[in-house]
Design a protein around this ligand. Structure first.
Ligand code: PEP
Length: 248
């Protein structure tokens, strides 16, 4: 019922040559028809990716957007600009944006609203730090991050989000959450979403992110409440990313 999504987050990595390598490989590869695949690219690569991925069953994504639709915000990019380059998804609330660029829950909600306004699908990222996990507050932390956004949306807006649970201690560290550990949080998030409406609890797409790779993907993706993955490091390797897509 829920379509899996495998999304590669290149962060500030890659090159035009890598865009072309992926386009060539994905043209000849066998891609699973029942899985959505997305590339969250650095903004300068979007025009080339739009051309090179044309006709392939993959979507484009961006890694952030500004909350305002236009104006004197030097260096920033609006949702409408992303739409012009065929972008479908945009990451919001990634832990690197929260910690390095000081985007708090209010800033995250503003960006989710801007994304929806522009007709983009926000992928809301949330997750606990190691200290929060060790203090036993994982569920409280992720529920608060979830509510900070979902409380500010109406029923139809809530249905347009994908949520990515990304424990901060697992991002880029090589330490993956064990499948049952990740499943436990996904179930808690789904139950929290069901409090808004039961259909949302059943239909919301929940991704796992945090050192997912070709060797651990299948076990994580086999969990009943994990509907896909947000992949950083492993999404830069053509063969690895393809293998993850094929294991979904
Ligand atoms: C990410 O950046 O969202 C991520 C999950 O990174 P990695 O897969 O490298 O941990």
């Amino acid at each position: 019922m829920r379509r899996p999504l495998i999304a590669g987050n290149w962060k500030m990595n890659g090159s035009l040559a890598l865009v072309e390598r992926f386009a060539q490989a994905f043209t000849t590869a066998e891609l699973p028809a029942e899985v959505d695949i997305a590339f969250m690219l650095p903004a300068p690569y979007l025009p080339a990716a739009q051309r090179s991925f044309a006709g392939l069953p993959v979507s484009l994504g961006a890694q952030t957007l500004h909350p305002e639709p236009k104006g004197a915000y030097t260096g920033e990019i609006s949702g409408a600009m992303l739409k012009e380059f065929g972008v479908h998804y945009v990451l919001v609330g990634h832990s690197e944006r929260r910690s390095l660029f000081h985007e708090d829950d209010t800033a995250v909600l503003a960006r989710v609203r801007a994304a929806l306004q522009a007709g983009l699908e926000p992928v809301l990222c949330l997750g606990e730090t190691l200290e929060e996990r060790e203090a036993g507050s994982t569920e409280a932390v992720v529920s608060k991050q979830l509510a900070a956004v979902f409380d500010g949306l109406d029923e139809s807006e809530r249905r347009r989000l994908t949520v990515a649970y990304e424990p901060v201690w697992a991002i880029g560290t090589g330490k993956t959450a064990a499948p049952d550990q990740a499943q436990e949080v996904h179930l808690a998030l789904r139950q929290r979403l069901a409090q808004y409406d039961t259909t949302l609890g059943e239909t919301a797409r929940l991704l796992y992110g945090g050192s997912m790779n070709k060797d651990n993907a299948a076990a994580l993706l086999a969990q009943p409440d994990i509907d896909g993955g947000l992949i950083g490091g492993a999404s830069l390797q053509v063969g690895d990313f393809l293998a993850i897509c094929q294991s979904a």
